[in-house]
Design a protein around this ligand. Structure first.
Ligand SMILES: Cc1ncc(COP(=O)(O)O)c(C=O)c1O
Length: 401
């Protein structure tokens, strides 16, 4: 038996010994620890690590990573997550929004804050992201309504073209508005996300050129603040950027960033099987039980072609119906199982096929690798951690409404 067989057969045996069998999300903490060790060798020591909540949407998981990496910084993408985090974090945390929140949603957040038992200060400890002059004015009005000063971080477009200020003149106007309202809002820095650097085909723009261009615009924005708005400038400003695909390209003096967001590479779903992340290992798997096993494969409407189908495709020798399916995920173990393309997809009971030599039975579990952790993790209600090959603690997910 190879390593992969041992690993998954051991998990299969343990899952079968549980009190109930439903689709579940497993997270291997030993692999997560290895990924964290790798991260420490690749992160620019001049930059703070900021944990991306949407990619690691469990408080226990975020807390585990915060302790292991000695950071209190989180990038937040969803108001319900923000509210949940505000109730659990203490006065040391620093939350930066990863996307601009509609002003209604920001106001809803403040108007519906529950008790904050750990002294989290929702005015001082949140940096709201603003991407247009209109939104800056909306947030200034919100601060006036709340009678509290709030922090604004400005999104800049460093080449992804997903919004944010993309030229110095427009950024200058935005900074003027913030400066003129410094009794209501405090400028807290810039955010420029740059995954396009490794996503653009190299023949269109080489990653090295894309990185240089992105860093150059970022540095121009920084020097605009420093030169023309000295009273907005201070050493505490957050200059956030990067993400899993690009953070290790920022481990040098040329990087303008002092704050780097990372989430997905720590659990490594399949979308992150990319060259810059080759040193990271997959730590998360979906496991789901087999409900039904059939010899050969029979497709409704074409029953009479069954024998031909089974003859031309050796994979049709066995078929299985699983609990659930149609996740954003790839079938991973046992090797060689595939979803039947003719039967059609099902979120209820997907049909899988396998060759005759694959030994699988009703109640065995099959394993999948999620394409992304964001959203997919939330579909399972909880995370089952694995430590030393044993199913361990159950971790809750961040509140989603
Ligand atoms: C603004 C921003 N920063 C950082 C990230 C990186 O997240 P991850 O490391 O999970 O790819 C994202 C992901 O979408 C993002 O939108």
């Amino acid at each position: 038996m190879n390593h992969s067989d041992c690993y998954f057969q051991n998990l299969n045996a343990q899952l079968k010994a549980q009190h109930r069998a439903i689709p579940c999300l497993l997270l291997d903490l030993d692999i997560l620890d290895q990924n964290l060790d790798t991260l420490k060798t690749q992160l620019n020591p001049q930059a703070h690590l900021r944990i991306v909540d949407k990619s690691l949407p469990s408080f226990e998981l975020i807390d585990y990573i915060m302790k292991k990496t000695n950071t209190q910084k989180i990038m937040c993408f969803h108001q319900p997550f923000l509210t949940d985090l505000a109730t659990r974090l203490d006065h040391n945390a620093d939350l930066l929004l990863g996307k601009p929140m509609p002003i209604k949603t920001a106001r809803y957040f403040y108007d519906n804050l529950p008790n904050l038992p750990n002294q989290f200060n929702p005015f001082l400890q949140i940096q709201w992201l603003v991407d247009t002059e209109k939104r800056i004015i909306e947030y200034i009005n919100l601060a006036a309504h709340l009678n509290q000063k709030i922090k604004l971080n400005i999104e800049i477009d460093v080449g992804l073209h997903r919004g944010g200020f993309d030229n110095i003149q427009a950024l200058r106007r935005a900074l003027h508005i913030i400066n003129a309202n410094s009794d209501k809002v405090q400028f807290s820095g810039l955010m420029g996300y740059d995954p396009h650097i490794v996503k653009i085909p190299a023949f269109l723009r080489h990653p090295k050129t894309a990185l240089q261009e992105s860093n150059r615009f970022y540095a121009q924005c920084q020097s605009l603040v420093k030169r023309e708005f000295p009273n907005l400038w201070n050493t505490q400003l957050t200059f956030n950027g990067a993400g899993s695909p690009t953070f290790n390209l920022h481990n040098n003096d040329q990087s303008p960033l002092n704050d780097i967001s990372i989430g997905s590479c720590l659990v490594k779903p399949t979308t992150f099987d990319i060259p810059t992340l080759k040193d990271y290992q997959a730590a998360c798997f979906i496991a789901t039980p087999i409900l039904k096993k059939q010899k050969n494969t029979t497709i409704p409407g074409i029953e009479k072609f069954k024998n031909i189908l089974n003859f031309i495709n050796s994979k049709n020798k066995q078929s299985f119906f699983i609990y659930g399916g149609f996740w954003q995920a790839d079938y991973h173990y046992p090797k060689g199982i595939t979803q039947n393309a003719l039967f059609g997809t099902s979120t209820n009971q997907a049909m899988l096929n396998a060759a005759a030599n694959i030994s699988l039975d009703v109640d065995d579990f099959v394993f999948l690798r999620p394409h992304q952790s964001e959203f997919v993790f939330l579909q399972f209600g909880e995370i089952i951690s694995v430590r030393n090959g044993k199913l361990s603690e159950k971790w809750s997910l961040l509140k989603n409404n």
